[in-house]
Design a protein around this ligand. Structure first.
Ligand code: PBG
Length: 330
């Protein structure tokens, strides 16, 4: 051995599980996990989603039961998404602000029957439009920004009235946070938080989600590239986040997750607000498929992937694995 052989041996800190436990920088807890839930009309219903094994759409009564289970597992928040029947969809997505609509009813039921579960409700028109886009269109198929915001404000207010804790605009229209915040204040919803999907990319990983909410067929081969961000870009994410914070967002979201951890890290370094990240449907389905084939070991792969979100700087993670991961952590 050379005389100059280093005194520094990094392996000392990895020598056994006790020392590894002691110096570990990030520890995953059920508090970090948010479970998305898909809601359908009816009673006693549970429907499978083909492209998302183990994930289901549930009617409100079953959602309430599920939320109680999640609460017992230590999960603090859920994110609700509706599957709207075809006959309620139209060009302007007007069902989105029906005060007695599916999501509005679901929010009220959960608030009535379960204590202390934070409800995050999605603000966007895609489950409600006959064309599957997040905004309304002009004659030439262009998404109309300011006209869409008027509907998003109605949708936000209807969720706040129903009892939603966190309004989460995922539509990517310009300027919507400011207008939504102003409307919430004006109508007395001062405590309703806004989680802005600020850095939301036009991603190919959303396919299974669009099956789950039933917007895939309507959308057809159309893309969302004129409002969601180009996945080649980073500076654009910073500008979006900056603007949304200045317009009144309490928290911001980066989405998708695993291929975008550089953006999570950058956002965490650059901004003094909580950063959330979304491990989206395509990420879930990829892991699930590989594990079903026994190419990967599910529990370790999932817990690793979620811990990596924390290492990158996410305060919390929306993941379809929330329930299972919370069980594994316990
Ligand atoms: C809709 C919305 C999408 C997701 C969350 N809200 C899809 C989209 O923008 O087309 C994707 C979530 C996922 O893939 O898990 N505004």
């Amino acid at each position: 051995m050379k005389k100059s052989f280093p005194n520094i041996r990094l392996r000392r800190l990895r020598a056994n599980s006790s020392i590894r436990n002691l110096v570990r920088e990030n520890v995953l807890s059920p508090f970090d996990l948010i479970q998305p839930l898909f809601v359908i009309e009816g009673k006693g219903k549970i429907e499978k989603i083909k492209s998302m094994p183990s994930i289901t759409r549930m009617s409100i009564d079953n959602i309430v039961k599920e939320v109680k289970v999640l609460k017992k597992l230590g999960i603090q928040a859920i994110a609700l998404f509706p599957y709207i029947s075809k006959k309620l969809k139209n060009l302007s997505g007007s069902e989105s602000y029906n005060p007695k609509g599916l999501i509005q009813n679901c929010i009220q039921e959960i608030k009535d029957k379960v204590n202390d579960m934070i409800i995050i409700s999605d603000i966007a028109l895609d489950p409600y439009t006959s064309h599957g886009q997040d905004g309304i269109l002009n004659k030439n198929g262009k998404i109309l920004n300011d006209e869409t915001i008027e509907i998003l404000v109605n949708q936000s207010l209807s969720h706040a009235v129903s009892g939603s804790d966190i309004i989460a605009p995922s539509d990517m229209m310009d300027g919507r946070i400011k207008v939504i915040r102003k409307a919430l204040e004006k109508e007395g919803h001062k405590e309703t938080m806004i989680l802005s999907y600020s850095a939301k990319y036009s991603s190919n990983f959303y396919g299974p989600f669009r099956d789950a909410v039933g917007s895939n067929k309507n959308l057809g081969s159309s893309k969302k590239d004129t409002y969601q961000m180009d996945f080649s870009n980073k500076k654009d994410a910073i500008r979006e986040i900056e603007l949304d914070i200045s317009e009144g967002a309490d928290m911001i979201m980066v989405k998708p997750g695993m291929p975008y951890l550089d953006i999570v890290s950058l956002a965490n370094k650059s901004f003094n607000v909580p950063i959330l990240a979304y491990q989206v449907s395509g990420e879930y389905s990829m892991i699930k498929a590989a594990c079903k084939n026994k190419w990967l070991e599910e529990k370790s792969v999932v817990l690793e992937s979620l811990t990596c979100f924390k290492r990158a700087g996410a305060n919390a993670i929306i993941t379809y694995y929330a329930k299972e991961a919370a069980k594994w952590i316990k």
